[in-house]
Design a protein around this ligand. Structure first.
Ligand SMILES: [Zn+2]
Length: 382
């Protein structure tokens, strides 16, 4: 469960550009969807609704329509992000993927009212976009009927469809977030509210899959598969959204000093690397150690840092030459929460942090330790 959360933080894709400090990333799946949208518009939808044009015109129209659709999704996501930023929540990244986008929030909204605002603005902005395209169409109407009117028609209905789809009250769709916020408001419990909203989300996903099955029986193979596919996807995110919250909450209530390793074995900086493996890594079974000289912490050395060096050399270099020198990147306070520790490890790309109080090392906390803590908690609670 937790590993999945960490994995998702490092999602791959094309990093496009930044808007208002937010990294816009295209998931690879988008390329396939984009190609499918262009193709189905150019070869099916436009020739059907406005026959008699050249192939070239259809493909240009298909490309423009798909691009504006893409832009609409981006605006929908940006609206979420901008409201979140105004409420003091940082948004490091927006990922555009197969069914739209995900705004990566650095933290959950602190109260139901904020959550409600952040969620509701999304569908609202899709409907606003539909209205804008409707206005553009009205401006062009009365003149010659043209392909551009058909493109605008498509953009109107696709934005209405995106707005309605997102209003479905299954977490983590916008509608599910609205429902969760209202429930949270009423009961005061975010966990209960998330549980309810994610169950409704899963119920809706199941309904879609059953409908898809019926459609396949009735002979509509592609439409049916599409329903099943969307249903499976929604089910997955409803499930993981709830689990992520549970993990986050169990990490939030616990301080680093309660879970850290207290008897830390340290390494002298002048130790040659060839002794490091046998005398420390193999002997103690840890994958990283602090480097300490006369009670002063100089840095941290982990097996990942020395692995490549040891393969190519005789191991005469010292620990000091390969360690990560001490800096804010690898330090955390004993009073910090486990959630903060995990966030820092992910952001800095490290697996262990030194726990320091007033320049003195009091312990060390590792990603493995965090996962073990979650596992034990999980066993105790079930
Ligand atoms: Zn949305």
């Amino acid at each position: 469960m937790a590993a999945k959360m960490i994995e998702e933080e490092n999602r791959a894709g094309f990093h496009l550009f930044k808007i208002a400090g937010i990294q816009i990333t295209l998931d690879y799946s988008w390329l396939i969807v984009f190609a499918l949208v262009v193709w189905s518009l150019s070869a099916g939808y436009f020739p059907h609704y406005y026959p008699g044009q050249s192939n070239r015109a259809y493909w240009i129209a298909g490309f423009i329509a798909a691009f504006l659709f893409f832009l609409s999704i981006l605006i929908h996501e940006l609206s979420h992000s901008l409201v979140a930023i105004r409420s003091g929540i940082k948004i490091p990244e927006i990922i555009l993927f197969i069914f739209g986008g995900i705004s990566r929030l650095s933290e959950e909204a602190k109260d139901p009212k904020t959550e409600l605002k952040i969620a509701f603005i999304g569908p609202l902005s899709s409907f606003a976009l539909a209205l804008i395209f409707r206005g553009m169409k009205m401006g062009l109407e009365g003149r010659q009927p043209s392909l551009s009117l058909v493109v605008l028609d498509y953009l109107i209905w696709i934005n209405v469809a995106v707005g309605i789809f997102n209003l479905i009250p299954g977490f983590p769709l916008d509608g599910g977030r609205v429902l969760r916020a209202l429930w949270w408001w009423k009961t005061g419990s975010l966990t209960r509210a998330t549980h309810v909203a994610s169950n409704i989300g899963k119920g809706f996903a199941l309904t879609l899959m059953i409908l898809g099955g019926f459609q396949i029986f009735m002979g509509a193979l592609i439409g049916g598969l599409w329903f099943i596919f969307i249903g499976m996807f929604l089910r997955g995110i409803a499930e993981s959204g709830y689990q992520e919250l549970i993990i986050k909450q169990s990490l939030e209530g616990v301080q680093v000093q309660e879970v850290m390793i207290q008897e830390v074995i340290s390494i002298p900086p002048e130790l040659p690397l060839r002794h490091l493996i046998n005398e420390y890594f193999l002997r103690y079974g840890y994958r990283g150690f602090p480097v300490v000289q006369e009670g002063k912490v100089l840095g941290i050395v982990s097996i990942a840092d020395v692995k490549d060096i040891l393969e190519g050399e005789d191991g005469n270099r010292t620990v000091e030459e390969v360690m990560i020198p001490i800096s804010n990147r690898i330090l955390i306070a004993p009073e910090a929460s486990l959630a903060e520790a995990l966030k820092k490890m992910v952001q800095e790309g490290v697996s262990r942090l030194l726990v320091v109080r007033e320049d003195k090392m009091v312990g060390m906390i590792t990603k493995t330790g965090l996962l073990r803590f979650l596992e034990i908690r999980h066993i105790l609670e079930t």
